[in-house]
Write a protein that binds this ligand. Structure first.
Ligand SMILES: *[C@@H]1O[C@H](CO)[C@@H](O)[C@H](O)[C@H]1NC(C)=O
Length: 454
Protein backbone atom coordinates (compact mmCIF):
# COMPACT_ATOMS: atom_id res chain seq x y z
CA UNK A 1 0.00 0.00 0.00
CA UNK A 2 2.70 2.42 1.07
CA UNK A 3 4.92 1.35 -1.84
CA UNK A 4 2.03 1.84 -4.24
CA UNK A 5 1.57 5.34 -2.98
CA UNK A 6 5.27 6.01 -3.29
CA UNK A 7 5.34 4.83 -6.85
CA UNK A 8 2.22 6.83 -7.54
CA UNK A 9 3.76 9.95 -6.08
CA UNK A 10 6.95 9.33 -8.05
CA UNK A 11 5.02 9.09 -11.34
CA UNK A 12 3.08 12.18 -10.44
CA UNK A 13 6.37 13.92 -9.71
CA UNK A 14 7.80 12.96 -13.15
CA UNK A 15 4.71 14.30 -14.80
CA UNK A 16 4.68 17.40 -12.70
CA UNK A 17 8.32 18.17 -13.39
CA UNK A 18 7.58 18.72 -17.03
CA UNK A 19 4.88 21.39 -16.78
CA UNK A 20 5.02 24.26 -14.39
CA UNK A 21 1.21 24.52 -13.86
CA UNK A 22 1.30 20.89 -12.74
CA UNK A 23 4.15 21.71 -10.35
CA UNK A 24 1.87 24.29 -8.82
CA UNK A 25 -0.89 21.70 -8.42
CA UNK A 26 1.60 19.33 -6.84
CA UNK A 27 2.67 21.96 -4.33
CA UNK A 28 -0.95 22.73 -3.49
CA UNK A 29 -1.55 19.01 -2.98
CA UNK A 30 1.34 18.51 -0.53
CA UNK A 31 0.39 21.68 1.33
CA UNK A 32 -3.04 20.12 1.89
CA UNK A 33 -1.27 17.29 3.73
CA UNK A 34 0.62 19.65 6.02
CA UNK A 35 3.75 20.55 4.07
CA UNK A 36 5.10 23.70 5.76
CA UNK A 37 7.14 25.15 2.92
CA UNK A 38 7.66 24.30 -0.75
CA UNK A 39 10.68 24.74 -2.97
CA UNK A 40 10.44 25.04 -6.74
CA UNK A 41 12.70 22.81 -8.86
CA UNK A 42 16.00 24.40 -9.80
CA UNK A 43 15.60 27.27 -12.28
CA UNK A 44 18.67 28.61 -14.11
CA UNK A 45 18.67 32.28 -13.16
CA UNK A 46 20.36 33.47 -16.38
CA UNK A 47 17.76 31.74 -18.61
CA UNK A 48 14.97 32.99 -16.38
CA UNK A 49 16.14 36.58 -16.83
CA UNK A 50 16.83 36.19 -20.56
CA UNK A 51 13.30 35.48 -21.88
CA UNK A 52 9.67 35.93 -20.85
CA UNK A 53 8.90 32.57 -22.40
CA UNK A 54 11.37 30.82 -20.12
CA UNK A 55 9.86 32.64 -17.16
CA UNK A 56 6.33 31.54 -18.01
CA UNK A 57 7.21 27.94 -18.64
CA UNK A 58 9.43 27.62 -15.55
CA UNK A 59 7.40 29.38 -12.94
CA UNK A 60 3.67 29.46 -12.23
CA UNK A 61 2.16 30.35 -8.91
CA UNK A 62 -0.96 31.78 -7.29
CA UNK A 63 -1.91 33.34 -3.99
CA UNK A 64 -2.50 30.03 -2.15
CA UNK A 65 0.98 28.78 -3.10
CA UNK A 66 2.83 30.15 -0.03
CA UNK A 67 5.28 29.94 1.72
CA UNK A 68 7.32 29.38 -1.43
CA UNK A 69 11.09 29.30 -1.97
CA UNK A 70 12.44 29.65 -5.51
CA UNK A 71 15.53 27.58 -6.14
CA UNK A 72 17.98 29.07 -8.59
CA UNK A 73 21.17 27.93 -10.24
CA UNK A 74 23.49 30.88 -10.75
CA UNK A 75 27.15 31.61 -11.20
CA UNK A 76 27.28 35.36 -10.76
CA UNK A 77 25.89 37.51 -8.02
CA UNK A 78 24.13 40.17 -10.07
CA UNK A 79 22.10 37.70 -12.17
CA UNK A 80 20.92 35.94 -9.07
CA UNK A 81 20.00 39.22 -7.38
CA UNK A 82 18.05 40.34 -10.48
CA UNK A 83 16.14 37.07 -10.62
CA UNK A 84 15.40 37.31 -6.92
CA UNK A 85 13.99 40.83 -7.39
CA UNK A 86 11.67 39.53 -10.13
CA UNK A 87 10.26 36.65 -8.05
CA UNK A 88 10.29 38.40 -4.68
CA UNK A 89 6.67 39.66 -4.89
CA UNK A 90 5.42 36.09 -5.40
CA UNK A 91 7.67 34.22 -3.00
CA UNK A 92 9.20 34.14 0.47
CA UNK A 93 12.81 33.45 -0.40
CA UNK A 94 15.39 32.22 -2.88
CA UNK A 95 17.56 29.17 -2.48
CA UNK A 96 20.90 28.99 -4.27
CA UNK A 97 21.71 25.50 -5.47
CA UNK A 98 25.32 24.61 -4.72
CA UNK A 99 24.69 20.88 -4.63
CA UNK A 100 23.47 19.72 -8.03
CA UNK A 101 26.05 17.12 -9.16
CA UNK A 102 24.79 16.70 -12.73
CA UNK A 103 27.47 16.90 -15.36
CA UNK A 104 25.89 19.68 -17.45
CA UNK A 105 25.48 21.90 -14.40
CA UNK A 106 29.01 21.39 -13.13
CA UNK A 107 30.35 21.93 -16.66
CA UNK A 108 28.62 25.33 -16.82
CA UNK A 109 29.84 26.36 -13.38
CA UNK A 110 26.51 25.82 -11.61
CA UNK A 111 25.57 23.56 -8.73
CA UNK A 112 28.06 21.47 -6.82
CA UNK A 113 31.16 23.22 -8.19
CA UNK A 114 30.17 26.29 -6.15
CA UNK A 115 31.26 24.55 -2.95
CA UNK A 116 34.82 25.30 -4.06
CA UNK A 117 34.08 29.03 -4.39
CA UNK A 118 33.11 30.26 -0.94
CA UNK A 119 33.79 33.91 -1.80
CA UNK A 120 31.44 33.81 -4.79
CA UNK A 121 28.66 32.13 -2.80
CA UNK A 122 29.06 34.71 -0.08
CA UNK A 123 28.82 37.55 -2.64
CA UNK A 124 25.69 36.05 -4.16
CA UNK A 125 23.99 35.82 -0.77
CA UNK A 126 25.00 39.37 0.09
CA UNK A 127 23.78 40.75 -3.27
CA UNK A 128 20.36 39.19 -2.87
CA UNK A 129 20.11 40.41 0.71
CA UNK A 130 21.02 43.95 -0.33
CA UNK A 131 18.92 44.21 -3.46
CA UNK A 132 15.61 42.60 -2.60
CA UNK A 133 13.57 45.28 -0.88
CA UNK A 134 11.44 43.00 1.21
CA UNK A 135 12.04 42.54 4.93
CA UNK A 136 12.44 38.93 6.08
CA UNK A 137 12.98 37.72 2.55
CA UNK A 138 14.89 34.47 2.98
CA UNK A 139 18.15 33.65 1.22
CA UNK A 140 19.31 30.09 1.67
CA UNK A 141 21.78 27.76 0.03
CA UNK A 142 21.82 24.07 -0.60
CA UNK A 143 25.22 22.38 -0.59
CA UNK A 144 26.93 19.05 -0.86
CA UNK A 145 29.88 18.36 1.41
CA UNK A 146 33.52 18.64 0.43
CA UNK A 147 35.87 15.71 0.84
CA UNK A 148 37.78 17.98 3.19
CA UNK A 149 35.05 18.82 5.67
CA UNK A 150 36.94 21.86 6.96
CA UNK A 151 36.38 23.56 3.60
CA UNK A 152 32.64 23.03 3.90
CA UNK A 153 32.59 24.35 7.45
CA UNK A 154 34.57 27.36 6.29
CA UNK A 155 32.13 27.96 3.42
CA UNK A 156 29.16 27.71 5.76
CA UNK A 157 30.63 30.12 8.29
CA UNK A 158 31.39 32.64 5.57
CA UNK A 159 27.87 32.50 4.21
CA UNK A 160 26.44 32.67 7.70
CA UNK A 161 28.39 35.89 8.21
CA UNK A 162 26.90 37.20 4.95
CA UNK A 163 23.42 36.73 6.42
CA UNK A 164 22.17 33.47 4.92
CA UNK A 165 18.87 32.36 6.48
CA UNK A 166 19.55 28.62 6.61
CA UNK A 167 21.66 25.96 4.90
CA UNK A 168 20.47 22.66 3.51
CA UNK A 169 23.21 20.05 3.57
CA UNK A 170 23.13 16.97 1.38
CA UNK A 171 25.49 14.61 3.20
CA UNK A 172 27.41 13.38 0.14
CA UNK A 173 30.32 14.73 -1.88
CA UNK A 174 29.60 15.75 -5.51
CA UNK A 175 31.21 12.50 -6.69
CA UNK A 176 29.16 10.19 -4.49
CA UNK A 177 25.89 8.81 -5.79
CA UNK A 178 24.49 5.91 -3.78
CA UNK A 179 27.06 5.69 -1.01
CA UNK A 180 25.81 6.11 2.55
CA UNK A 181 25.13 9.66 3.63
CA UNK A 182 27.67 11.25 6.04
CA UNK A 183 25.34 12.31 8.81
CA UNK A 184 28.26 12.96 11.15
CA UNK A 185 29.47 15.59 8.68
CA UNK A 186 26.06 17.24 8.82
CA UNK A 187 26.31 17.21 12.59
CA UNK A 188 29.75 18.83 12.49
CA UNK A 189 28.40 21.56 10.23
CA UNK A 190 25.37 22.07 12.43
CA UNK A 191 27.55 22.35 15.53
CA UNK A 192 29.73 25.03 13.96
CA UNK A 193 26.80 27.30 13.01
CA UNK A 194 24.03 29.08 14.83
CA UNK A 195 21.59 29.32 11.90
CA UNK A 196 19.20 26.45 11.09
CA UNK A 197 20.62 23.51 9.17
CA UNK A 198 18.41 21.15 7.18
CA UNK A 199 19.68 17.60 6.71
CA UNK A 200 19.16 16.08 3.28
CA UNK A 201 19.88 12.70 1.71
CA UNK A 202 18.32 9.25 1.96
CA UNK A 203 15.45 10.35 4.16
CA UNK A 204 12.63 8.09 3.04
CA UNK A 205 10.14 7.94 5.90
CA UNK A 206 9.24 9.48 9.20
CA UNK A 207 11.48 7.09 11.14
CA UNK A 208 14.47 8.26 9.11
CA UNK A 209 13.49 11.82 9.95
CA UNK A 210 13.55 11.04 13.66
CA UNK A 211 16.73 8.98 13.74
CA UNK A 212 18.63 11.44 11.54
CA UNK A 213 17.43 14.32 13.61
CA UNK A 214 18.79 12.55 16.68
CA UNK A 215 22.06 11.73 14.97
CA UNK A 216 22.75 15.18 13.61
CA UNK A 217 20.92 17.48 16.00
CA UNK A 218 19.70 19.54 13.02
CA UNK A 219 16.72 21.86 13.12
CA UNK A 220 14.45 20.07 10.71
CA UNK A 221 12.36 19.04 13.71
CA UNK A 222 11.10 20.56 16.97
CA UNK A 223 14.01 21.38 19.28
CA UNK A 224 14.74 19.37 22.40
CA UNK A 225 13.62 21.76 25.14
CA UNK A 226 10.03 20.71 24.63
CA UNK A 227 7.04 22.75 25.64
CA UNK A 228 6.47 20.72 28.80
CA UNK A 229 10.00 21.31 30.10
CA UNK A 230 9.88 24.97 29.21
CA UNK A 231 6.64 25.18 31.20
CA UNK A 232 8.15 23.34 34.17
CA UNK A 233 11.24 25.57 34.12
CA UNK A 234 9.01 28.65 34.02
CA UNK A 235 7.01 27.28 36.93
CA UNK A 236 10.25 26.75 38.83
CA UNK A 237 11.22 30.39 38.35
CA UNK A 238 7.76 31.52 39.49
CA UNK A 239 8.09 29.39 42.62
CA UNK A 240 11.50 30.83 43.41
CA UNK A 241 10.09 34.34 42.92
CA UNK A 242 7.14 33.70 45.25
CA UNK A 243 9.39 32.17 47.91
CA UNK A 244 11.74 35.14 47.77
CA UNK A 245 8.78 37.51 48.22
CA UNK A 246 7.42 35.38 51.10
CA UNK A 247 10.79 35.58 52.81
CA UNK A 248 11.06 39.39 52.65
CA UNK A 249 11.75 40.38 56.26
CA UNK A 250 9.73 43.59 56.44
CA UNK A 251 6.32 42.10 55.65
CA UNK A 252 4.79 40.85 58.92
CA UNK A 253 2.96 37.50 59.16
CA UNK A 254 -0.24 39.38 60.03
CA UNK A 255 -0.07 41.30 56.78
CA UNK A 256 0.50 38.06 54.88
CA UNK A 257 -2.47 36.56 56.65
CA UNK A 258 -4.59 39.51 55.58
CA UNK A 259 -3.44 38.93 52.01
CA UNK A 260 -4.17 35.19 52.26
CA UNK A 261 -7.63 35.96 53.65
CA UNK A 262 -8.60 38.17 50.70
CA UNK A 263 -11.84 37.08 49.09
CA UNK A 264 -10.20 36.17 45.77
CA UNK A 265 -8.35 33.35 47.50
CA UNK A 266 -11.63 32.11 48.91
CA UNK A 267 -13.22 32.00 45.49
CA UNK A 268 -10.36 29.96 44.07
CA UNK A 269 -9.95 28.07 47.34
CA UNK A 270 -11.72 24.93 46.27
CA UNK A 271 -9.57 24.68 43.14
CA UNK A 272 -6.48 25.16 45.23
CA UNK A 273 -6.37 21.74 46.86
CA UNK A 274 -7.18 19.92 43.64
CA UNK A 275 -4.70 22.06 41.74
CA UNK A 276 -2.05 21.39 44.35
CA UNK A 277 -2.54 17.63 44.10
CA UNK A 278 -2.71 17.69 40.31
CA UNK A 279 0.52 19.68 40.18
CA UNK A 280 2.22 17.19 42.50
CA UNK A 281 1.09 14.28 40.34
CA UNK A 282 2.22 15.97 37.13
CA UNK A 283 5.60 16.82 38.65
CA UNK A 284 6.06 13.29 40.00
CA UNK A 285 5.28 11.82 36.58
CA UNK A 286 7.76 14.19 34.91
CA UNK A 287 10.32 13.43 37.58
CA UNK A 288 9.97 9.68 37.07
CA UNK A 289 10.16 10.19 33.33
CA UNK A 290 13.41 12.12 33.78
CA UNK A 291 14.77 9.40 36.07
CA UNK A 292 13.93 6.82 33.43
CA UNK A 293 15.68 8.89 30.74
CA UNK A 294 18.78 9.34 32.87
CA UNK A 295 18.96 5.60 33.52
CA UNK A 296 18.45 4.90 29.84
CA UNK A 297 21.30 7.13 28.72
CA UNK A 298 23.72 6.48 31.54
CA UNK A 299 23.72 2.75 30.78
CA UNK A 300 25.87 1.15 28.10
CA UNK A 301 27.59 3.65 25.83
CA UNK A 302 29.37 3.17 22.54
CA UNK A 303 33.08 3.84 22.73
CA UNK A 304 34.15 7.32 21.70
CA UNK A 305 36.63 5.97 19.16
CA UNK A 306 34.19 3.70 17.37
CA UNK A 307 31.31 6.16 16.89
CA UNK A 308 32.23 9.71 17.79
CA UNK A 309 28.96 11.28 16.68
CA UNK A 310 26.86 8.69 18.47
CA UNK A 311 28.93 9.15 21.63
CA UNK A 312 28.44 12.91 21.63
CA UNK A 313 24.80 12.48 20.82
CA UNK A 314 24.23 10.19 23.80
CA UNK A 315 26.12 12.55 26.04
CA UNK A 316 23.87 15.37 24.96
CA UNK A 317 20.83 13.19 25.65
CA UNK A 318 22.14 12.30 29.08
CA UNK A 319 22.85 15.93 29.86
CA UNK A 320 19.32 16.91 28.86
CA UNK A 321 17.78 14.10 30.88
CA UNK A 322 19.75 15.17 33.94
CA UNK A 323 18.75 18.78 33.45
CA UNK A 324 15.11 17.70 33.27
CA UNK A 325 15.58 15.62 36.39
CA UNK A 326 16.92 18.59 38.32
CA UNK A 327 14.25 20.93 37.02
CA UNK A 328 11.38 18.62 37.94
CA UNK A 329 12.96 17.61 41.26
CA UNK A 330 13.49 21.18 42.38
CA UNK A 331 10.07 22.26 41.17
CA UNK A 332 8.46 19.47 43.19
CA UNK A 333 10.56 20.26 46.25
CA UNK A 334 9.87 24.00 46.11
CA UNK A 335 6.17 23.34 45.55
CA UNK A 336 6.03 21.47 48.86
CA UNK A 337 8.24 24.04 50.58
CA UNK A 338 6.02 26.86 49.34
CA UNK A 339 2.88 25.29 50.74
CA UNK A 340 4.61 24.65 54.05
CA UNK A 341 5.91 28.22 54.25
CA UNK A 342 2.43 29.64 53.61
CA UNK A 343 1.03 27.37 56.34
CA UNK A 344 3.78 28.38 58.78
CA UNK A 345 3.23 32.06 58.09
CA UNK A 346 -0.47 31.59 58.82
CA UNK A 347 0.28 29.73 62.05
CA UNK A 348 2.78 32.37 63.08
CA UNK A 349 0.19 35.07 62.50
CA UNK A 350 -2.37 33.17 64.61
CA UNK A 351 0.19 32.59 67.38
CA UNK A 352 1.13 36.26 67.34
CA UNK A 353 -2.51 37.27 67.67
CA UNK A 354 -3.11 34.82 70.56
CA UNK A 355 -0.08 35.98 72.45
CA UNK A 356 -1.23 39.56 72.03
CA UNK A 357 -4.65 38.68 73.48
CA UNK A 358 -3.05 36.80 76.38
CA UNK A 359 -0.81 39.75 77.04
CA UNK A 360 -3.84 42.03 77.21
CA UNK A 361 -5.59 39.62 79.62
CA UNK A 362 -2.64 39.38 81.98
CA UNK A 363 -2.38 43.12 81.88
CA UNK A 364 -6.01 43.43 82.95
CA UNK A 365 -5.56 40.80 85.70
CA UNK A 366 -2.49 42.62 86.98
CA UNK A 367 -4.49 45.81 87.04
CA UNK A 368 -7.24 44.18 89.10
CA UNK A 369 -4.76 42.61 91.51
CA UNK A 370 -3.12 45.93 92.02
CA UNK A 371 -6.55 47.43 92.74
CA UNK A 372 -7.27 44.77 95.38
CA UNK A 373 -3.93 45.27 97.02
CA UNK A 374 -4.67 48.93 97.27
CA UNK A 375 -8.10 48.23 98.82
CA UNK A 376 -6.58 45.86 101.38
CA UNK A 377 -3.97 48.41 102.16
CA UNK A 378 -6.69 51.00 102.73
CA UNK A 379 -8.64 48.64 105.03
CA UNK A 380 -5.60 47.89 107.10
CA UNK A 381 -4.94 51.54 107.38
CA UNK A 382 -8.51 52.15 108.51
CA UNK A 383 -8.31 49.36 111.17
CA UNK A 384 -5.14 50.64 112.68
CA UNK A 385 -6.58 54.12 112.70
CA UNK A 386 -9.67 52.83 114.59
CA UNK A 387 -7.59 50.98 117.20
CA UNK A 388 -5.66 54.09 117.82
CA UNK A 389 -8.86 56.14 118.09
CA UNK A 390 -10.40 53.85 120.92
CA UNK A 391 -14.08 54.38 120.07
CA UNK A 392 -13.90 51.04 118.31
CA UNK A 393 -13.99 49.31 121.76
CA UNK A 394 -17.20 51.09 122.73
CA UNK A 395 -18.82 50.08 119.48
CA UNK A 396 -17.80 46.49 120.13
CA UNK A 397 -19.35 46.64 123.63
CA UNK A 398 -22.59 47.91 122.19
CA UNK A 399 -22.59 45.18 119.60
CA UNK A 400 -21.98 42.50 122.25
CA UNK A 401 -24.89 43.74 124.26
CA UNK A 402 -27.09 43.73 121.26
CA UNK A 403 -26.08 40.14 120.53
CA UNK A 404 -26.87 39.10 124.13
CA UNK A 405 -30.24 40.71 123.89
CA UNK A 406 -30.95 38.93 120.66
CA UNK A 407 -29.84 35.59 122.15
CA UNK A 408 -32.18 36.01 125.07
CA UNK A 409 -35.04 36.83 122.77
CA UNK A 410 -34.19 33.78 120.74
CA UNK A 411 -34.30 31.60 123.89
CA UNK A 412 -37.67 33.01 124.90
CA UNK A 413 -39.21 32.34 121.56
CA UNK A 414 -37.70 28.87 121.60
CA UNK A 415 -39.40 28.06 124.87
CA UNK A 416 -42.66 29.46 123.58
CA UNK A 417 -42.32 27.21 120.58
CA UNK A 418 -41.73 24.15 122.79
CA UNK A 419 -44.76 25.03 124.89
CA UNK A 420 -47.04 25.38 121.91
CA UNK A 421 -45.71 22.09 120.51
CA UNK A 422 -46.73 20.22 123.72
CA UNK A 423 -50.14 21.92 123.61
CA UNK A 424 -50.57 20.70 120.06
CA UNK A 425 -49.74 17.15 121.21
CA UNK A 426 -52.36 17.31 123.99
CA UNK A 427 -54.92 18.49 121.50
CA UNK A 428 -54.01 15.68 119.18
CA UNK A 429 -54.58 13.08 121.96
CA UNK A 430 -57.96 14.61 122.81
CA UNK A 431 -58.95 14.50 119.15
CA UNK A 432 -57.94 10.83 118.93
CA UNK A 433 -60.10 9.88 122.00
CA UNK A 434 -62.99 11.86 120.55
CA UNK A 435 -62.68 10.01 117.28
CA UNK A 436 -62.77 6.66 119.17
CA UNK A 437 -65.87 7.74 121.11
CA UNK A 438 -67.55 8.73 117.88
CA UNK A 439 -66.76 5.34 116.25
CA UNK A 440 -68.17 3.49 119.23
CA UNK A 441 -71.40 5.55 119.17
CA UNK A 442 -71.73 4.91 115.46
CA UNK A 443 -71.50 1.14 116.00
CA UNK A 444 -74.10 1.19 118.74
CA UNK A 445 -76.39 3.24 116.59
CA UNK A 446 -76.09 0.60 113.82
CA UNK A 447 -76.88 -2.20 116.28
CA UNK A 448 -79.95 -0.34 117.46
CA UNK A 449 -81.11 0.13 113.92
CA UNK A 450 -80.73 -3.58 113.23
CA UNK A 451 -82.77 -4.53 116.34
CA UNK A 452 -85.50 -2.06 115.39
CA UNK A 453 -85.78 -3.60 112.04
CA UNK A 454 -86.20 -7.09 113.48
C1 LIG B 1 -3.99 27.86 -7.03
O1 LIG B 1 -3.74 26.78 -7.91
C2 LIG B 1 -4.13 25.51 -7.46
C3 LIG B 1 -3.70 24.48 -8.46
O2 LIG B 1 -4.07 24.84 -9.73
C4 LIG B 1 -5.65 25.50 -7.19
O3 LIG B 1 -6.03 24.24 -6.69
C5 LIG B 1 -5.97 26.58 -6.21
O4 LIG B 1 -7.37 26.65 -6.02
C6 LIG B 1 -5.45 27.93 -6.71
N1 LIG B 1 -5.69 28.92 -5.68
C7 LIG B 1 -6.17 30.13 -5.94
C8 LIG B 1 -6.38 31.03 -4.76
O5 LIG B 1 -6.42 30.49 -7.05
Amino acid sequence: MFMDECVGVFHLWLLVSCFSPLRLSFRCLVRKYGCDMCFTPMIVAADFMRSVKARDSEFTTNSSDRPLIIQFAAKDAQTLADAACVVAPFSDGVDLNCGCPQRWAVAEGYGACLINKPQLVKDMVRHVKNQVEKPNYAVSIKIRIHKDLRKTVDLCQKVEAAGVSWITVHGRTPEERHQPVHYDAIKTIKDSLSIPVIANGDIKNLQDVESIHQLTGVDGMPTEMTLQWTAVALFLYVEIGILVILCLPFISPQRWQKIFNLSIWNSIGHFWNKGFLAMIIILIVLFLDAVREVRKYSGTQPSKEAMPSMYDHLHMKLFRAQRNLYISGFTLFLWLVMRRVIMLINQLAVANNTSKALHAQTEAANQAARQYMEDIEQLKQALTDDAEGGNRGQKNELLRKEVQKLTEELKISDEALKKSTSEVQVMKKQTESLTKEYDRLLQEHQKLQVTDFL
